[in-house]
Write a new protein. Sequence first.
Length: 409
Amino acid sequence: MADGFLIYMSLKNKHILLGITGGIAAYKCAHLVRLLIKEGAVVKVVMTKAAEEFVTAKTLSVLSKNEVVTDFFDSNNSWNNHVALAEWADAIIIAPLTANTLAKFASGLCDNIVTACYLSARSKVFVAPAMDLDMYQHPTTKQNFDTLRKNENLIIPAESGELASGLSGEGRMAEPEHIIEFVNQYFANALPLTGKKVLVNAGPTYEAIDPVRFIGNRSSGKMGVALADEFAKAGAEVTLVLGPSHQKPQERSVTVIAVESAEEMLNACQKHFEATDIAIFSAAVADYKPKTVAASKIKKLENELSLDLVKTVDVLATLGKQKKHQLLAGFALETDHVVEYATEKIAKKNLDFIVANSATESGSGFGVDTNKITIIDKHNKLYNFELKSKQDVAKDIVRFAINYLKTHE
Ligand code: CTP
């Protein structure tokens, strides 16, 4: 069951481009598309003219819920952009792969939409060959497979059994279930955080004064959103609790929970904390909020206006108290005594490590695209990093968290 769960996660929201070529096994692609959709993948299909002899584009279009591309030009004579299709894909599956298309792939021939997508691929290409047993064993076929392997394509081995020719032996296209298993296994093995749940919070919080005004801060949320993206790229299932921010994650698999106040942020984080493996809190939570929120807009009557403020809830410290198996980390933005103040927060909030940065150092802190961080772990060990883009800083933090998990599990 646990394995099944892992496998389910790896294709969720992935863009899969299925390329079908002209072999009898093409009829099994209807089932393959259904299985991919069931796994949570988004599927688009391209097919050769020969493939249309074995399965209709209409069937695959209904099952994939997307238009099927069979030619460089559609019925309106508009050009089908194979480059855009290949770019769209997180993985390309060619099934069945005939001996003819295999030879085209190996030599770089490009005479139909499937070969064009193959040559434009930026993602991993999986091929599921299907041919008669003698063709499968032919030295030329073997050489062509070697070329594909050398070019980092992944070959899903053909299976043994009765073949369309009436002969029996190796050459049948792998069953759709086995193709799914192979692709899932690849993603599961390839990514270091597959099966891990990550919780990130980011952005500012807004604390209401009245229905139209609030106390907030200048945090853009960029650092935390970049972190959520990088954790997702590492295979984790990411929940991002995001205060008011214009930023949004690029990775489709990230689940975003939009919140406004510190209290809402705590509630959302608390809901996911128990099941979380890694929690990294980068939000610039407002430290104070108005003691009371006016029910209607405060009118401009006096020359001076005082607001009574009370401390907001400390989201990180609250969850630090509840921490059991979780790796918990926070951020510290300081103007002075950066390392000293940040280190104090590790014990105060029961953290595994803290990411410290200086609000006064140029290129660091709020509103800029770069950051310069020092990570301090709970043993007070310091790790200094260069000034880099927030995306690259996020990569460093994810790498640090992965190593931390490895050495502390
Ligand atoms: N934090 C939080 N809830 C708060 C305040 C801070 O969860 N009410 C978290 C931040 O997300 C960050 C860490 O605590 O990960 C440190 O935040 P920071 O503002 O540097 O420290 P504070 O605890 O607010 O202390 P001070 O402002 O006095 O430095």
